[in-house]
Ligand binder design. Structure first.
Ligand code: NAD
Ligand code: MG
Length: 390
């Protein structure tokens, strides 16, 4: 029986994790589930799975959560501190699936217990990769990748020697606008950007896929997780989303990982690692697929990718600045205050201005310095567009 917790249980990754757990109730004891505003969903899942505690990130929703859990025996809690405490409760396996930099502190708290952390929250590695890895090493925690590309790399590397790895190739679907001319991207709507051709995901990562910010985050995530030099990481557009990533060795051999675009594969792999369980994902029919295609990720079109290179070159807190600026620009795009292409411009400007004083690889990466850089950068982005913080 594995004791598990799911941070961000009400989101897309959280719900896919629950789907797998609910199929084998005899194998899992659920410790904590956390969520945001959707307390009805959170309470229903906590009841169904017999969780010990359910936590909403919002203090004002504690009453609603308590009411929804009445008579269930599930403890209720709310707020940021409660979230971190829930993450630190003893568990064998913790899913980190909160979206954005908000996932950092709970993820770190989980890692400090020495648990196995299934890491979907890529922002943790982008903003504080060295910190996470150092804490994991100190506590003896295992960190497993859940992002599909990183799970694919991880699986392709099994039994291999990192010293023979020449290159890592991340595939990108190209998102909603892969076939739209660049000139038209000034005018695209939030609704259009929020539809993904292949994957069903939360709204924020779906828009990040269309802008290529998701792949930019993933390039940095690759660097932090696998410790490879930036120049060894490549990105290629692969519209079918069947090959999730490839690892090339010095003898010219390339290991590709393929599968249907369903996050339950990567989640299930992390849940059952080092073994493999039967998973309810579609099996590939190569003949029906017929062909798999690849094309260049045009640097003129995808400014986000160049910004990721800059983050890796700068090091230090550049990742925290980059991510915070991206998150805030995305807030403004979703709120209809700025156009789609303006997001990358704002991120670039935030990096130029460096209001957080993050410049230089020497900057110490702690939860405090990252949080400070994050807050200051969000304010800087608000100032740039003359918006008031919500
Ligand atoms: P989502 O928006 O569907 O769900 C996010 C979850 O986080 C929800 O439970 C929400 O309540 C919670 N949350 C949001 N803001 C919070 C806050 N401030 N404090 C605490 N909790 C908060 O997101 P998602 O698509 O499931 O993505 C989750 C993470 O996994 C992201 O980091 C994303 O980049 C990564 N990821 C997602 C996918 C995918 O297929 N959805 C694939 C790879 C990686
Ligand atoms: Mg991914």
């Amino acid at each position: 029986m594995k004791r598990i917790s799911i941070l961000g249980a009400t989101g897309s990754i959280g719900q896919s994790t629950i789907d797998l757990v609910a199929r084998a109730p005899e194998s899992y004891a659920v410790e904590a589930l956390t969520g945001g505003r959707n307390v009805a969903r959170l309470a229903e899942d906590a009841r169904r799975l017999g969780a010990r505690i359910a936590v909403t990130a919002h203090d004002d929703l504690l009453g609603d959560l308590r009411a929804a859990l009445e008579g269930s025996g599930v403890e209720a809690a709310a707020g940021t501190t409660a979230l971190i405490e829930a993450a630190a409760r003893p568990a064998d396996w913790v899913m980190s699936a909160i979206v954005g930099a908000a996932g950092l502190a709970p993820g770190l708290a989980a890692v400090e217990t020495g648990t196995t952390l299934a890491l979907a929250n890529k922002e943790t590695l982008v903003t504080a990769g060295p910190l996470l890895m150092a804490r994991a090493q100190a506590s003896g925690a295992t960190v497993l990748p859940v992002d599909s590309e990183h799970s694919a790399i991880f699986q392709s590397l099994r039994g291999e020697d990192m010293a023979t790895v020449e290159r890592i190739i991340l595939t990108a679907s190209g998102g909603a606008f892969r076939d739209r001319p660049l000139e038209e991207l000034h005018e695209v709507t939030v609704a259009e950007a929020s539809t993904h051709p292949n994957w069903a995901m939360g709204q924020r990562i779906t828009i990040d896929s269309a802008s290529m910010f998701n792949k930019a985050l993933e390039v940095i995530e690759t660097r932090e997780f696998f410790g490879v030099e930036p120049e060894r990481i490549e990105v290629v557009i692969h519209p079918e989303s069947i090959v999730h990533a490839l690892v090339g060795h010095r003898d010219g051999g390339v290991m590709a990982h393929m599968g249907a675009p369903d996050m339950r594969h990567a989640i299930g792999y992390a849940l059952n690692w080092p073994g493999r369980a039967t998973l309810p994902v579609e099996r590939l029919d190569l003949v029906r697929l017929g062909q798999l295609t690849f094309r260049e990720a045009d640097p003129a079109r995808y400014k986000a990718l160049a910004l990721a290179r800059r983050v890796m070159a700068e090091g230090g807190l550049a990742g925290a600045v980059f991510n915070a600026a991206k998150e805030r620009a995305l807030d403004h795009f979703i709120a209809g205050r700025i156009g789609f292409l303006r997001m990358a411009d704002l991120v670039e400007r935030a990096m130029d201005e460096d209001a957080a004083g993050a410049d230089g690889a020497g900057a110490e990466i702690t939860l405090e310095t990252v949080t400070h850089a994050d807050q200051v950068t969000r304010q800087a982005v608000d100032r740039m567009i003359g918006a008031r913080a919500e």
